[in-house]
Design a protein around this ligand. Structure first.
Ligand SMILES: Nc1ncnc2c1ncn2[C@@H]1O[C@H](COP(=O)(O)OP(=O)(O)OP(=O)(O)O)[C@@H](O)[C@H]1O
Length: 560
């Protein structure tokens, strides 16, 4: 690299027109002489001679020592010519040269100030001394310091803590740094300006984030408001009276109410519903209630118990078959889907459906059409599907036992029915409900369940859920001799009492549970009446008058 030192003899600072002329001449020389030219000011900042703004930013003053550097095949000639030019009067010669400078400046103005002012990000350009050489309108607006005041000032004094010094020293950019510029929160990118592998300045591009921060704050408030509104809506839905179709479903526990709220919502749509819950938790009952509360209530509700039908027959059961479709198909048969047209198909125990049928069901769900077995006519139906299962379908999907696509198709509205042991508070209500319902059906007049018997019902785990409770109540109605259901009317697997244990209740020598006195009295009167058949005879054995026996029998509800 060749270099030459000269003195800047011009009477004025290197102004923009002179810089434009120098840059334009340097351009011509570089092309003609196949060389590259640089200019270094006395502070040691070096820039390409062809870069107008960089050249201008050197702020060369009259009397300054300036170094011209040249590289390339004809570097000597380029060095001489450019140095001479720089030492000269820097006045354009003739109209043509003047025009050229004007157009360069115009071009530059277009590519610099006009463009810089038109962008919405703030932009500050500094030279290697951190002196501001460009400062756009957005910067003015965001920072609130006028351009006239900022230009030519040292950025570190004007806006302390921008971090640009570090970038100028390291030549490495820093991105998305949160800063406060004159009180305004901004996100800034700080970049070095590198020309010919040399850092010649730096630029800060920044955005005002006060609006964004305000929006975020508002968004947070909004989100909280939405969450609150959703919560209130859910609460409202839970407390809202469900359609009468749900009246048959007994229970007030939170878990059941949540499930029923969801079911109530599902009744207003036509989406596919997937009811989950252990056996006997009321899945079918809920499916029927959804159907009866929906707009399809006047259409049929058709139940398909998937495991009860051999897989080979399931297809014809669901979609029907044509006469002669297979051996034994003596007549045409209408399938459940056709039967349910305009209504609901309830696919119970869907987890038991074989893979082949799963694929066929998926098609019906997607296209709402199918063909009868052995037929080629496509049948279109309008059915709503409610499926139920007590299996862990997610696990089955993982293990490949259940199609994932079908799972997603079915699981549009999931409803989880709690087991009875998760909602024990509903047991008394359910037991009373079944007592009333079954007594009516069986023509019995049993009025209640003793407190003690209820305690046993409450402490049992109910693996068979509500169905098991219903059966236990029915059994108790059939075995009791009284008009009240008591502990000894319950199965021993619930009370944990064998016949022998029951005798312990009246055998106070044994190490059994001690009950309230009236409990013993009730059992003694009951046993005596059972054995001696009359108040008189029982009274004689017990040492009581027949009136006392009759009164106690009445008191304990033993008169039936
Ligand atoms: N909450 C409830 N209120 C009143 N009766 C109920 C309730 N839940 C279930 N039942 C009754 O319990 C019995 C079993 O209910 P259902 O057949 O709907 O259960 P399920 O979950 O479909 O059982 P499975 O999985 O074995 O088919 C039915 O007689 C039903 O009427």
């Amino acid at each position: 690299m060749l270099k030459k030192e000269i003195f800047f003899k011009n009477r004025k600072v290197l102004h923009i027109r002179a810089a434009a002329m120098l840059a334009q001449k340097a351009n011509e020389m570089e092309k003609e002489l196949n060389a590259t030219l640089f200019v270094r000011n006395q502070r040691g900042h070096e820039v390409p001679a062809t870069a107008l703004m960089a050249l201008y930013s050197l702020r060369i003053k009259p009397g300054d020592r300036v170094t011209v550097l040249a590289d390339g095949s004809d570097a000597g000639e380029a060095l001489e010519r450019f140095s001479r030019l720089l030492e000269g009067d820097l006045v354009p010669k003739g109209i043509e040269e003047n025009d050229k400078i004007d157009s360069i400046l115009e071009e530059n103005a277009l590519t610099s100030d006009v463009i810089l002012d038109s962008i919405t990000d703030g932009l500050i350009v500094v030279d290697m001394d951190s002196t501001i050489i460009s400062y756009n309108r957005a910067a003015e607006e965001i920072i609130g310091i006028p351009r006239a005041l900022a230009m030519g000032k040292n950025l570190s004094f004007l806006l302390p803590g921008t971090g640009i010094d570090k970038v100028l020293a390291s030549g490495k950019g820093e991105y998305e740094i949160k800063k406060i510029f004159n009180g305004s929160p901004v996100i800034a990118d700080l970049l070095p300006i590198i020309i010919n592998k040399k850092t010649v300045g730096g630029v800060i591009i920044f955005q005002d984030i006060s609006r964004m921060e305000r929006l975020l704050r508002e968004m947070k408030d909004f989100k909280q408001a939405v969450a609150r509104a959703e919560y209130l809506e859910e609460e409202l839905m839970r407390s809202k009276k469900l359609d009468n179709a749900f009246d048959e479903i007994v229970g007030k526990s939170g878990k059941l109410m949540d499930a029923l709220a969801m079911a109530g919502k599902a009744a207003t749509t036509t989406s596919t519903v997937l009811i989950r819950g252990e056996s006997g938790t009321g899945k079918e009952l809920v499916a029927r209630a959804i159907h009866c509360a929906s707009r399809r209530k006047h259409g049929p509700f058709v139940r398909v118990n998937c495991p009860a039908i051999p897989q080979t027959l399931l297809e014809s059961e669901l979609f029907g078959h044509e006469k002669g479709a297979f051996t034994g198909a003596l007549y045409q048969k209408i399938g459940k889907f056709e039967l349910a047209d305009g209504g609901t198909v309830f696919l119970d125990e869907i987890g038991e459906m074989g893979n082949e049928m799963q694929a066929k069901l998926l098609r019906v769900l997607q296209e709402k059409e199918f063909e009868r077995v052995g037929g080629n006519q496509t049948i279109k139906v309008d059915v709503r599907i409610i499926a139920a299962t007590n299996r862990n379908l997610e696990e089955m999907v993982k293990k490949g036992g259940f199609r994932e696509d079908l799972y997603y198709r079915l699981n549009v509205v999931p409803i989880f029915l709690p087991s009875l042991r998760e909602r024990k508070e509903d047991i008394p209500m359910l037991a009373e409900h079944f007592l009333k319902k079954l007594c009516k059906e069986l023509g019995k007049d049993i009025t209640s369940i003793t407190h003690k018997a209820m305690k046993y019902l409450l402490s049992y785990d109910w693996p068979g859920n509500v169905r098991e409770l219903e059966n236990v109540v029915e059994r108790a109605i059939n075995v009791t001799d009284d008009n009240i259901i008591d502990v000894d009317d319950l199965p021993t697997y619930i009370t944990g009492l064998s016949t022998k244990d029951k005798q312990y209740l009246v055998n106070l020598d044994a190490d059994g549970e001690v009950a309230p006195f009236e409990e013993y009295e009730r059992i003694i009167i009951k046993l005596a009446l059972k054995k001696y058949k009359s108040f008189n005879a029982a009274g004689k054995v017990l040492g009581l008058t027949h009136k006392t026996v009759a009164a106690k029998a009445r008191k304990y509800g033993l008169l039936n």
